[in-house]
Write a protein that binds this ligand. Structure first.
Ligand SMILES: C[S@@+](CC[C@H](N)C(=O)[O-])C[C@H]1O[C@@H](n2cnc3c(N)ncnc32)[C@H](O)[C@@H]1O
Length: 223
């Protein structure tokens, strides 16, 4: 039986075509369910789980032992304690977009390995950071778990800045016409309507936020 839901399953889907994946690292591993699943599915030869807190590491160690897989555990802020290891792929999931950007920004591994990120908030700030700082979002999956919409992105560092529109920041560039994407648009639409109130209160131009609202409305009504 799988230990993970559709949010972390989307991560494993994005890892499934990584070639020569010798060492996978789960950053902010908590229960370590993702690293366990990656090994059980044979998506990497070996795995590391790291967390900034001791308690999650203890929990992760128990779960790995119970599942019969070997994972190396590290106490680490982001990649700090493991950045010299030959990591070929890594996931940073279940954290805010701004924290994910900070973790990526100071890491060597993040600039060399295949990265999967799943921000819980500030997705637009994370996309902006990535495109401004030479990362390519190779694939983006929108998924639904317990009635909540999530985005999961596969990244690669190219060193080249990517151009983007205001709508791209909120919805990504790869917008698969799925029910999950439509529900993601609903979430962004609700937030955009609130954001518009602030724009109006500050007497700022509403053209960009109106464009986003219009786009989301089209997606939520046509799908
Ligand atoms: C909400 S849990 C997410 C667990 C798992 N990644 C998932 O997506 O289900 C966030 C985990 O990240 C850890 N964490 C928070 N900040 C971190 C950092 N700077 N470096 C490493 N781990 C961090 C927390 O201790 C916690 O275990």
């Amino acid at each position: 039986m799988s230990l993970i839901g559709s949010r972390l399953s989307a991560v494993t889907r994005l890892l499934s075509d990584v070639k020569d994946n010798t060492l996978f690292a789960d950053i902010g591993s908590d229960h370590a369910f993702l690293a366990i699943e990656v090994l059980k599915k044979g998506l990497a030869v070996s795995a590391i789980a790291s967390d900034i807190n001791e308690q999650p590491l203890l929990k992760g160690k128990e779960n790995a032992a119970r599942s019969g897989v070997k994972i190396d555990f590290y106490l680490s802020d982001g990649f700090d304690a493991i950045d010299s290891l030959p990591i070929t792929s890594a996931a940073i999931c279940g954290m805010g977009g701004e924290l994910i950007a900070k973790i990526i920004g100071r890491s060597r591994v993040a600039h060399e390995a295949t990265l999967i990120v799943q921000p819980m908030s500030a997705q637009e700030d994370l996309r902006k950071y990535l495109w401004d700082n030479g990362f390519v979002i190779e694939k983006e999956i929108f998924t639904l778990e317990a009635n909540k919409s999530y985005t999961v992105m596969k990244l690669r560092f190219s060193g080249e800045r990517t151009e983007y529109s205001y709508i791209d920041l909120f919805l990504g560039k790869e917008r698969e016409q799925t029910k999950e994407f439509s529900l993601y648009c609903e979430k962004i639409l609700t937030a955009a309507k609130k954001r518009r109130l602030g724009v109006v209160a500050r007497n700022e131009d509403t053209a960009e936020i109106d464009g986003l609202i219009d786009f989301c409305q089209t997606q939520t009504t046509t799908l």
